[in-house]
Design a protein around this ligand. Structure first.
Ligand SMILES: [Mg+2]
Length: 405
């Protein structure tokens, strides 16, 4: 059996690069993407966090998830631009449209990262490394974006390889060389090996590299870090990983949440937001061809106390109005009246939507589908039901209503 050809692509400083691409005056300058739009295309700085940082600003120690204020203390001349997921989604789909010309087997990990299985494409397009190089050149020429590539016989090694020389990395690990490639790398380089396991391995066995991990007795390792996790890291440290590239399927849940521009306790505004968030969740449900049985809301108060409430519906639905009505009911039962910082709406217990025809499909959902079609033709900005301009979809990877923190 010949080896598989797996490519891991990770676009470099993706959000910041998209901003530099469409705002040429930002090129080669320290750019921070983060914060809501203050209404004039500029970011509101008071409460935002860094969503992405260009390489120019990383030199100052600016990192993702850092408060914008801290970031600006480190690099006062940085340019802060508000997050615009619509633009990043569009850039992402043009990149992965190129990838799709080489293989249908693409497992997206986020907007800027994916695994590709090109094993079946080799006869037509050449070796995996050749395919990756062609993709790299086309993504740069056609999308203006740099990416890092790892090419190997399995997902674990491909991912480690693309991480190794970011940005603009291009690392190929030949079949048979996996263990030797991984051996000198630190434990932390292995995907899924977190700080706790790393510390346990260092204190328990005095080891720091993947080669040393691969050399441990499996049983001793499993006693230390658990049966399943022990076997997984031990095998993968040797470059053994048969996990397939998985096409995206039905998510477990779909949610949308937003942090307000300033804390809100005005009921009509909160109801309107719930409606908008519900409509977004509903649109994503219908786009996926799913229905949901459970509706969840999440409320974070100004003091960061966070609650979530959920309810099961009598019938599965994909209608905005059903999600909104359930969400409003939960909200009214739960809200203390205090000022709210963040509001979220989610659905779970997803099912494939029954193939109802137009006449049996519930009325509300028919209307929603008509609206979806109009939005698809004329753009979502044209047909939004009163969304405020500071309403931003912050939960961009968001297939899970994050647990209350
Ligand atoms: Mg990236």
């Amino acid at each position: 059996m010949s080896a598989r050809g797996i490519i891991h692509i990770d676009l470099d400083a993706f959000y910041a690069s998209v901003e530099q691409l469409r705002h040429p005056e930002l090129r080669n300058r320290p750019v921070i993407v983060g914060g809501a739009d203050a209404g004039d295309g500029k970011a509101h700085l008071a409460r935002g966090v860094v969503s992405a940082a260009s390489y120019e600003v990383r030199e100052y120690g600016v990192r993702s998830a850092m408060p914008l204020r801290t970031a600006l203390r480190l690099c006062p001349h940085a340019v802060v631009v508000p997050v615009d997921f619509a633009a990043y989604r569009a850039a992402s789909s043009s990149v992965f449209a190129i990838a799709r010309e080489y293989t249908p087997l693409i497992e997206p990990l986020s907007l800027d990262e994916a695994y590709l299985d090109v094993t079946g494409s080799v006869l037509r397009f050449g070796l995996a490394a050749h395919i990756a190089a062609e993709m790299r050149d086309r993504i740069l020429a056609e999308c203006g974006l740099h990416a890092s590539f790892g090419v190997a016989s399995c997902k674990t090694v491909a991912k480690v390889a693309s991480e190794l020389r970011k940005p603009r990395g291009f690392v190929v690990v030949e079949p048979g060389d996996e263990a030797a490639f991984l051996a000198p790398l630190p434990l932390r380089a292995l995907p899924g090996l977190g700080p706790a396991t790393e510390e346990g391995l260092r204190s328990g066995f005095g080891i720091t590299t993947l080669g040393q991990l691969a050399g441990l007795q499996l049983e001793a390792l499993q006693r230390r870090v658990g049966q399943v996790h022990g076997r997984s890291v031990w095998e993968r440290a040797r470059g053994i990983d048969s996990s397939p590239v998985v096409l995206p399927g039905r998510p477990r849940s779909i949610s949308r949440e937003e942090t307000f521009f300033s804390d809100v306790d005005w009921r009509p505004a909160l109801h309107e937001r719930l409606g908008t968030l519900s409509a977004d969740v509903g649109a994503r449900l219908r786009k996926g061809g799913w229905t949901a049985r459970t509706v969840t809301i999440k409320v974070r108060y100004a003091d960061f106390t966070t609650i979530s409430r959920q309810v099961s519906l009598p019938d599965p639905t994909a209608a905005d109005s059903d999600i909104r009505d359930a969400g409003l009911g939960l909200f009214e039962a739960a809200w203390s009246g205090a000022k709210i910082r963040l509001l979220g709406v989610g659905v779970s217990s997803l099912e494939e939507a029954a193939q109802l025809d137009l006449f049996t499909r519930p009325n509300a959902e028919r209307l929603d589908r008509t609206m979806d079609a109009l939005r698809a033709r004329f753009g979502s900005a044209a047909i939004r039901r009163g969304a405020g301009r500071d309403l931003r979809d912050l939960d961009w990877r968001g297939d899970d209503l994050r647990s209350p923190s």
